[in-house]
Design a protein. Sequence first.
Length: 317
Amino acid sequence: MKKQMNSYLKLFLSSLLLINCNCANNQVDAEDETIGPDLGSNTGDITIPGTVTKGEFFDDFNYESPSDTEFTSFGWKVRSDNYGPGISGQGGSWSPSNISFLDDGETNKVVKLKANTMGTATSTVSSELFTTRKFGVGTFAARVYFYNAPESDMDLIGDLPVQTFFTIADPSKGEIDAYCEFDFEYLPNGGWGTNPNTLFSTSWETVSNNTGDNYTQDQEGWHTLVIQIDFDSTRYYVDGDLKYTHYAPYVVDGVMSVNFNLWFINIDTENETERVWSQMIDWVYVRPGKMLTPTQVNESLDKLRNDNLERLDSTTL
């Protein structure tokens, strides 16, 4: 009986070892594997009409100004109106003059966005640039520099700037299924009931229905932000780390643009000294129809830069 029990025990342990070996051999490193299907090669009937599903979109932002013909012909637009959000829609405005392109000290340029105020709505000017609406399912990435204080070092706690990278469908369709929006928003002075140095990740089904997460941590400096968007979930990465996942219905269902803007939730009206806030963008990259890990995004960027490409738009339906 004892010999029989030992035989059973050996057989059981051997089975466990075999299972563990098989599991180890089949482990997948998430950083080395594409997540989800390549919708660009097999779109079927699950794509959103009017969205690109193949190719790449990349821009290193080597321009002279927002009026540069190469900038506008590549599909970029800048805001110049007096609508919201924030103080911009309460008497403030958006201006192309608050967007510039600076040398990075090497062989590259970066975009600089500014938002300035002197404590009144009419003195408040924000900035935004965005692409043509053509994106749906895919991977969206950008390298962004967040600031904790204005250029003047007069950091008034009543000034609540928002530094962003996001995708958005037509806002005029905000209450129907054709709308969606996916945001990274950094609030260096806090706002919306949070502490200073809070980074928001928010997914919108409609303009009145969203889900979001945030965490408080000093974000001043360069960060690589990645958003993976498909029909099941939306995932937000910061510097390679998966921070949040939002599930349906907070997923893509509209034709989106890629946007960067800098604006004020509120301003300190007790001080009339000018304050100028900034945000910088090094590059933006979109891979339609495909879920790329942050590592794969960096590999794609390295290849594009090694090929000496300043910009590329090979996206197709």
